[in-house]
Write a protein that binds this ligand. Structure first.
Ligand code: SAM
Length: 196
């Protein structure tokens, strides 16, 4: 799979990956990670956790991956074709404030995305998706209907989902991603979380 460190992209094979994650029981994979702020935060909060950030846009990954800690890795990949080298590794998967084809894939039950999400996860993996009103409006959905649609899609694909929860303004302001803050202080500060 293709990985990023600053402006430098390179390929990592499965034995190199095994070496990097050796000794870590908790592997968190964040899809559509953007600038990597969330990855850095989660990795700093618990050094026994290995955190992998995936994004399709290499420019987004440059800055965060330049300052990467030893328990982090940044992977360039499309969520609709997640790297097979990561299959079966994740104890936790997050998707925070998706837009574009990542959001479309969740809304339209994209086969590649759903297969990949299931393939990354260990059987008891925790899964969280945070969705915001503005992105869903742009995609042609109201927040409530879009969240319900994504919940239905995930449930139909074998994810054991709990009822959606509203993210309050204070939660958004303190949630450690760049987009959480943009949303919290923007024109449409509505967001919801799905957990399963
Ligand atoms: C609104 S940003 C959110 C970034 C970050 N999660 C945050 O909360 O700050 C959405 C991110 O999803 C990424 N993205 C969109 N479609 C994608 C896809 N199909 N595969 C991987 N990443 C994708 C974009 O490149 C962008 O970085």
């Amino acid at each position: 799979m293709e990985i990023m460190r600053g402006k430098q992209a390179s390929f990592m094979d499965s034995s190199a990956l095994a070496g990097r994650i050796n000794g870590y029981n908790t592997i968190h994979i964040d899809i559509g990670t953007g600038d990597g702020r969330f990855v850095q935060h989660m990795a700093q909060a618990d050094s026994s956790r290995f955190v992998i950030g995936i994004d399709a846009c290499r420019e987004n990954l440059q800055e965060g991956s330049r300052r990467a800690q030893s328990n982090t890795l940044f992977v360039i990949a499309n969520a609709q074709a997640l790297p097979t080298g990561l299959y079966g590794l994740a104890t936790q998967i997050t998707i925070n404030f998706p837009w574009g084809s990542l959001l479309q894939g969740l809304l339209t039950d994209d086969v590649g995305l759903m297969f990949g999400l299931g393939a990354l996860a260990r059987p008891d993996a925790a899964f969280e998706v945070r969705l915001n009103g503005g992105a869903l409006t742009e995609a042609g959905w109201s927040l409530e209907e879009g969240v319900q649609q994504i919940q239905n899609v995930l449930s139909a694909n074998g994810f054991d989902m709990r009822p959606a929860q509203v993210m309050l303004a204070n939660e958004l302001k303190t949630f450690p991603t760049t987009w959480a803050k943009r949303i919290a202080f923007g024109r449409d500060p509505r967001a919801m979380m799905l957990r399963g």
